[in-house]
Design a protein around this ligand. Structure first.
Ligand SMILES: Cc1cc2nc3c(=O)[nH]c(=O)nc-3n(C[C@H](O)[C@H](O)[C@H](O)COP(=O)(O)OP(=O)(O)OC[C@H]3O[C@@H](n4cnc5c(N)ncnc54)[C@H](O)[C@@H]3O)c2cc1C
Length: 418
């Protein structure tokens, strides 16, 4: 490809203390720019140590570079009595979290990334650097570009600076756990808890297979039955009061063994089990097995039905499958263990994924509550959103990125035409 070089230096911006020059080139695909973007994505340069630009304690916000991980951000914020309430995978960075519109166990209380980002600085495909808002907590100033970029999976621009809304660390918290004979009972309790008006900060559901994996991986002896885990926050009295109300709801829905802890070490030990659930699944499968993780989300009232239907199919499969849910949001994951060298196992894993997605869509749900579309879930978007919505996405994409250089081939199915 002959590149007629470089007319204008478009912009220079700093990434992990290095400086990159972006050039406009006279080529059909703006080749230089593409190389830089691919390099940034491929080598995860945004993941290297980066800067906090300003912490505004009195405004409860922070301006930072996108490569900072949420775990290191929370370490930094702790001495100020603050935290950022999104907790996806342990290695996730703020930039990736914006790009995937992630959430996690605390979303039931604090919302998803969509609700916790105030402003973004973004480099567009033409090299222009824009900001999507101000530092004000709310704004009615024009189109909401922040939310357009959140969840765009790197297809509309590269996020180079983020302003986040922060929360005060709760005064007190209680972590509770209880067991059920059926997964439907467990899901029903999650729904009843949300309907009771209690502002839980976490409601996590684990099926019996997941609990067994945790026992094997951690040398625990938890009852291998569907299990719910809760977190309640507030003042000491308020957190306890909520705990006791939920204990009553649990007993009304055939729940048992309701225990709760308030000591910091005990609470951390319980949540550690939940956070490491995915890794625990590997302990139940042969060494070379891989995990296919899938996530769907349905309206809360349909959660019990969606999980029960999916569970029947998963239990009947020859593959080992675990269910784990952010149940207060109607969002659940399945982890399907399979041997990547056995084609029929891969196909069975894909069939189960397909079944779950179609079950969720038939219940007015979505093919992904938090993991995003990527390439794997593009095929479900038309059924979920309709062709008009996809054409609108394609129009936006073609205006902002006419040469298709931003994460090409992702998110919008290739067959969609304007
Ligand atoms: C054990 C485990 C548990 C998880 N639990 C959860 C959960 O509870 N909730 C949840 O939502 N997710 C969860 N995830 C998924 C994952 O943590 C999230 O999707 C997270 O948001 C990805 O962040 P990342 O930094 O790893 O992004 P990456 O995987 O590096 O990137 C994701 C996408 O964002 C794009 N991107 C990255 N940085 C930028 C940028 N600066 N500008 C533009 N585009 C960019 C990339 O090109 C890519 O398309 C889990 C994952 C694991 C492994």
């Amino acid at each position: 490809m002959s590149l007629m070089k470089v007319s204008i230096i478009y912009d220079i911006f700093s990434v992990q203390n290095q400086r990159f020059e972006l050039f406009e080139v006279e080529s059909t695909r703006t080749f230089c720019f593409l190389c830089y973007l691919h390099m940034l994505h491929k080598y995860h340069m945004f993941k290297c140590p980066q800067k906090i630009k300003s912490l505004n304690v009195e405004d409860l916000d922070i301006v930072l570079e996108p490569g900072i991980g949420w775990i290191e951000l929370n370490e930094y914020l702790k001495p100020y009595g603050l935290f950022f309430p999104l907790d996806p995978g342990p290695g996730a960075t703020i930039g990736g979290m914006c790009a995937t519109r992630c959430s996690g166990s605390l979303a039931v209380r604090y919302g998803t990334m969509r609700d916790n980002v105030i402003n973004l600085q973004v480099v567009l495909a033409n090299g222009e650097v824009i900001k999507t808002g101000s530092r004000a907590r709310k704004s009615a100033a024009g189109y909401d570009l922040t939310r357009l970029l959140i969840g765009s999976e790197g297809t509309l621009g590269i996020i180079t600076e983020v302003t986040l809304r922060l929360q005060r660390l709760p005064q007190h918290s209680v972590v509770a756990m209880c067991n059920f004979q059926t997964i439907k009972d467990a899901a029903d309790v999650a729904i009843a808890t949300m309907l009771s008006g209690i502002q839980v900060s976490r409601v996590e559901l684990l099926d019996e297979v997941q609990v067994k994996a945790i026992n094997i991986a951690n040398g625990k002896n938890l009852p291998e039955v569907p299990t719910l885990m809760f977190e309640f926050i507030g003042t000491e009295a308020y957190a306890r009061e909520q705990t006791l109300i939920v204990q009553k709801i649990v007993s009304e829905h055939n729940g048992s063994d309701f225990v709760y802890v308030e000591n910091a070490d005990d609470k951390e030990a319980l949540w550690k089990i939940r956070k490491e659930a995915l890794w625990a699944c590997y302990a139940m499968a042969p060494n070379n097995y891989e995990a296919m993780t899938t996530d769907v989300c349905v309206p809360l009232s349909r959660l019990a039905e969606c999980i029960s239907k999916s569970k029947q199919e998963l239990d009947a499969s020859s593959l080992l499958c675990m269910v784990i849910a952010h149940a207060g949001d109607g969002n659940f994951h399945t982890i399907i263990m399979f041997d990547p060298e056995q084609e029929e196992q891969r196909q069975e894993a894909e069939r189960l994924n397909h079944f779950m997605v179609h079950t969720a869509l038939s219940l007015e749900g979505t093919c992904t509550g938090e993991h995003g579309v990527g390439t794997g879930k593009m095929k479900y978007l038309e059924k979920e959103l309709g062709s008009g919505a996809l054409r609108t996405m394609k129009r936006i994409k073609s205006v902002l990125d006419p040469n298709d250089i931003m994460n090409p081939g992702k998110l919008i199915p290739p067959h969609v035409c304007i």
